[in-house]
Design a protein around this ligand. Structure first.
Ligand SMILES: Cc1cc2nc3c(=O)[nH]c(=O)nc-3n(C[C@H](O)[C@H](O)[C@H](O)COP(=O)(O)OP(=O)(O)OC[C@H]3O[C@@H](n4cnc5c(N)ncnc54)[C@H](O)[C@@H]3O)c2cc1C
Length: 600
């Protein structure tokens, strides 16, 4: 049976030793009061909720799923109580705008909390992160009047939010949406259309549901430039911010029956002349939504990391317990009929692959979250601008690479358990099913790769990459006197050079043939992901080695030694995959485009 333990030591090590979070927060007036003690207190409290309330209803929630009846959705047993505790603990407004009841906490902190939520119960986590994303969009783009009317209740967790983009014929290509918004005499709009796959579109966890809906005015320009964003409440709200008692014309038509995240309601939502309010300027809806998408995409990467970590915990425990076969060098557990499977190199390969990717993925997510915080809170214009450039480059990689590694990790952990991983009891088949969606929603991973290679690299002529490479150079420079690290620094430098030359190749190939961007994109995203994981591992290694040299460091020596050895494993066994990725990029578009459509 799966039992999730929040990885507090790993998180605290990354926060305090690797990223010196308290120093970063101290440099920004709006976060200056977020001390090391406060950080620890918050994540320890979140650990209690995830272990005590969310994890216990994860497997039962999967088995029970959501129930649909005549437009209403009932969530699995225990979700309502857990949501009430989440709201009562103030978690709904953790990163929210302080002017409307939010707590203004940095994303770096909430990212770790999201990871724990996803690890303990991904279905439940989705209800909470959709609300966070919706409040973020409103706080950045809505009028003061809309903010005052809606944000406080959403921060209190009494109301929740959704994101209504997808339509039956328009998923990736949102320019084709058909939902219409017709201006009404009172300044509001009448919204009509059908949205599909809407997470948390209908449920029984909150009193009201606030939908953020993309729609087009009748005379709007064609394509993405004609999309506007509207707030559409399920129950109407008066100017005083109280419910009027009147329902809006928004109905849930059905819920999807799907592979995983069964406790998360995925809804068809029908809007029939529903009253909506414009958020931001007309025809600028998609770009306003992008504010939220950077945060939501980060969350999907955290879903991958969280599920990978909870799978690792089960597999590592199992591998020490399960006895099968003897160690290659002779029996280890001589008093038993066989040795624990952890003695076998192939089992270690799987466990170490997961552990190395979980730690690097968590560090990369924190690094990206730190850039979001710097872009939001830093007093210096230049620092903010640099952070925005890094966010643009990092987010598609973090989303795609962490969710791919997340799914792969869940499958590897399942493999460690053999047939016992395939049956429901241990929870790993659920993790595999729950992790799969993170590679698809919030922009399928192929689209993230295209965004990275096309918009972020070719269109910027490689300029955004230079910002990241300068960060790596600065780190390498800072470690020049650290002889213990030099072997790893050489590996990072070589990977960085491969990335630079693959980028040069991409830029020159794309200038001759536009198909080269899409052809190179996935391998290019993976090469960037691997390079970033290497960069993160170097930072973890530097911090671990430094801590080992101190008399009093607050960490167990065996824990630090384990970090160093896992980093060595990453560099020796996972990093060499970069060479295959370079070869794939160099092969170009021709082998992909050679077949005619009929030949498939
Ligand atoms: C469980 C679940 C929850 C969801 N929650 C929400 C939600 O809350 N709100 C919401 O609005 N949506 C939601 N979605 C929708 C989700 O974001 C979309 O499914 C996703 O963006 C992909 O769109 P699509 O399914 O229409 O696939 P398509 O757009 O049809 O894409 C199919 C395939 O083609 C590829 N592709 C498409 N265009 C290109 C291109 N130009 N170049 C190369 N490859 C391309 C894609 O990468 C993908 O692999 C959810 C979906 C699911 C399954």
């Amino acid at each position: 049976m799966a039992e999730y333990r929040a990885p507090l030591t790993d998180m605290q090590f990354l926060l305090h030793e690797v990223f010196a979070a308290e120093e970063k927060f101290a440099a920004m007036p709006d976060t200056a009061e977020v001390s090391a003690d406060l950080i620890d207190a918050i994540i320890e409290e979140a650990a209690k909720i995830t272990e005590g309330l969310l994890a216990p209803v994860n497997q039962s929630g999967d088995q029970q799923g959501c129930q649909f009846d005549a437009g209403s959705v009932t969530t699995p047993d225990g979700f309502k109580e857990a949501y009430q505790a989440h709201a009562a603990g103030g978690w709904s407004g953790l990163t929210g705008d302080v002017n409307y009841g939010g707590q203004g906490m940095p994303k770096l902190l909430s990212a770790l909390i999201e990871e724990m939520y996803f690890a303990a119960n991904s279905s439940f986590a989705l209800y909470t992160i959709l609300n966070t994303g919706a409040t973020l969009t409103l706080s950045q783009h809505a009028s003061d009047e809309l903010k005052a009317r809606y944000l406080p209740r959403m921060y209190e967790g009494i109301w929740s939010g959704t994101m209504c983009l997808t339509e039956p014929h328009a998923g990736t290509d949102l320019g084709m949406i058909r939902t219409r918004a017709v201006p009404a005499d009172d300044g509001s709009y009448k919204i009509t259309g059908t949205k599909i796959f809407i997470t948390a579109g209908e449920h029984d966890l909150t009193e009201n549901i606030i939908h953020l809906v993309l729609a087009k005015l009748p005379d709007a320009p064609e394509g993405p430039k004609g999309i506007s964003l509207f707030l559409v409440p399920k129950l109407k709200v008066g100017n005083d911010g109280e419910l009027t008692g009147e329902e809006n014309n928004v109905r849930c038509g059905s819920i999807e029956h799907k592979m995983g995240i069964k406790g998360s309601a995925t809804c068809v939502m029908n809007f029939e002349e529903a009253t909506g309010y414009l958020v931001g300027e007309l025809n600028n809806g998609l770009s306003n939504m992008f504010t939220m998408m950077n945060y939501e995409r980060l969350s999907m990467g955290l879903q991958g990391n969280g599920l990978a970590d909870s799978s690792y915990q089960v597999a590592a425990r199992y591998a020490k317990d399960r006895i099968q076969g003897r160690a290659a060098k002779g029996a280890v557990a001589k008093d038993q009929a066989a040795d624990p499977i952890i003695v076998h190199p192939d089992i270690r390969r799987m466990l170490l692959t997961i552990r190395a990717n979980v730690l690097a993925g968590r560090a990369l997510s924190m690094y990206a979250a730190l850039q979001l915080d710097t872009a939001r809170f830093h007093p210096d214009d230049k620092e903010r601008a640099k952070a925005e450039q890094l966010v643009a480059l990092l987010i598609p990689v973090q989303k795609a690479y962490c969710t791919d590694r997340g799914f792969e990790s869940c499958v590897l952990a399942q493999q460690v358990l053999g047939g016992h991983g395939y049956v429901a009891e241990w929870g790993l088949e659920q993790n595999v099913r729950d992790a799969r969606i993170a590679q698809i929603y919030e922009g399928a991973n192929g689209i993230q790769a295209l965004d990275l290679a096309g918009r972020k690299t070719v269109r910027s002529n490689g300029k955004l990459l230079q910002v990241l490479l300068a960060e790596i150079d600065q780190f390498v420079e800072s470690q020049s006197g650290n002889s213990a690290l030099q072997e790893f620094v050489a590996a990072l430098t070589s990977c960085k050079q491969q990335l630079q030359s693959a980028t040069d190749q991409l830029l020159s190939a794309a200038a001759d043939n536009p198909e080269e961007v899409g052809a190179a994109s996935y391998a290019y995203m993976e090469l960037m992901g691997l390079t970033l994981y290497c960069f993160m591992w170097l930072r973890i290694l530097a911090a671990s080695l430094a801590a080992l040299q101190k008399q009093e460091n607050g960490y167990d020596a065996s824990y630090l030694d384990g970090l160093v050895k896992t980093g060595e494993f990453f560099v020796a066994r996972l990093l060499p995959k970069s060479k295959a990725l370079v070869a794939e990029i160099e092969a170009g578009a021709a082998p992909l485009m050679a077949l005619s459509d009929e030949q498939f």
